[in-house]
Design a protein around this ligand. Sequence first.
Ligand code: CO
Length: 470
Amino acid sequence: MADQVKRPVKITETILRDAHQSLIATRMPTELMLPIVEKMDQVGYHSVECWGGATFDSCLRFLKEDPWERLRKLRAGFKNSKLQMLFRGQNILGYNHYADDVVEYFVQKSIANGIDIIRIFDCLNDLRNLETAVKATKKEQGHAQIALSYTLGDAYTLEYWEQTARRIEEMGADSICIKDMAGLLVPYEATKLVSALKAGSNLPIQLHTHYTSGVASMTYLKAVEAGCDIIDCAMSPLALGTSQPATEVMVETFRGTPYDSGLDQNLLAEIADYFRPYREECLANGLLNPKVLGVNIKTLMYQVPGGMLSNLVSQLKEAHAEDKYEAVLEEVPRVRKDFGEPPLVTPSSQIVGTQAVLNVLQGERYKMVTKESKKILSGEFGQTIKPFNKEVQKKCIGDVEPITCRPADLIPPQLDKFREECKEWIQQDEDVLSYALFPQVATEFFKYRQAQQTKVDVAAADTANKAYPV
Ligand code: CO
């Protein structure tokens, strides 16, 4: 090995975002993060993923925190490390398509408040839905990473991945990520996939997977051998299960090889020691369900994400039709085919899953059709890799003319309207973006924030009155 060229693997640490999103419903509060930031900053991670995804919603909705304030605090603590966020293309962090002015402003403010790397993805892998975010990131001098939602299916050949990598490089992105949200990528397929992406572009390749099916660390090993530059890992207290492979394990795996990350295991151990009591606390209070820590091989058998399987179970339970589970699992790939074989990731996973449940429960396919299914079949989410099933499309949307352009081209600017709607609550520029993404939740938060401030004012006035009696 001594004569081999050194190619140290780089590591993105996910404990402050995806790890706690995947294991404990995104509930880690900022105050738990801050005491360990200085130590994490010394590790030499490629980046620390700490924002975006579900953290934004969770801050406002459950933790009663301002997500922008969290970002600024993390930025102040991480003096050397690059901070990374997850961004859902034209959906930003929400579930609808937004106008370009909202996307651009969100990118601008994310970078202004401290984000270095923006990982941008689309549930259909329709690259047109990523264009605005990529351009905006480049304009703000950020690093624009395009993430491809990994999935299996007839259309997803190695040629497809290779060509897509080429198009991503042409779009001006800085790196490519394979986003394997379901843990479907098995080790030897990773070799082929990474080689295909490398053949298609000269960009750095990053791999993001989940341990759900139990193969993830082996997949990283094969991927890195095949040329993958960066892997996503989580510190061991919040690793494995539906989260990422453990940082310490991957560091140890590559030690003494040409891929040696060079990270200090002692320093990592101190960080793990910090988070371990939190893991115990989450196990004790039920936030961390031991069920999500096991191996779920069904995700590989049915090629659907673990989260989607549990959603199907609960939908069937509600309808008192748990005996239809197998029938629904067989219907999922058929609906997916009818809908142009999209990857199954938020929101396409929910749309396909719900429609499959309806098809089975109604005893007739597409007798009842959800609003979202109609939207997909009308092209409102963008273009799928394969054409829709024409008959199904006709049955679901009738004579409505489907759109073929980039969906956001049909959305007029929205920022002014949002500003007007929430003007009474605005205390900082960023508030309009919180409102744009989650109008009700953000308004509730703004009210809470104001009430807290009033309390503080009253307390301060009380203290002042006592100190200086009039
Ligand atoms: Co993930």
